[in-house]
Design a protein around this ligand. Sequence first.
Ligand SMILES: [Zn+2]
Length: 163
Amino acid sequence: MSRNRRGRNVTSPRPNATVRSPPPPAPPNAASGVEVRQPVALNGVRPTSITCDWCAQPTIVKPRGRVPRWCSETCRHRSWEQGRAAASGRSAIQIVERLVQAPAPPAPEQPSPTPIDWPETLGALAAQLDSGRIYDRDLVTLSKALSNVFAAYERHPGVRRQR
Ligand SMILES: [Zn+2]
């Protein structure tokens, strides 16, 4: 290194000042004009823009005040959260995205036919019987159901009154 470091202003830490780790050394291409992710002033020149440490978006640096490392409070907070999670050893190592097939919602329950529907429904049953779409093996069950329907029909007070 041939550079004279006399111009550097070295301040001694105050007695109660928080001890901070020194900033990492600047990368070799720092002086070549290439934008680097080092927010501190390089060679005394304040950067006009930085790249956010979290979202990597370029951000304009205000003319005064501390040179930020993040573009926003949100990114600063995300970075803090990540650092905290990493320190705890419980942070996610890998984010895995996968498609999950949700089970199909249950079929809506068939509404019970209304009195208006019954003639049409029973007509459809008659048509199926006539066209042979009802198998022989289903006839016994159907016969019992029809017998129950007729019995209930005969018990209906309105039917009895008509006799
Ligand atoms: Zn950001």
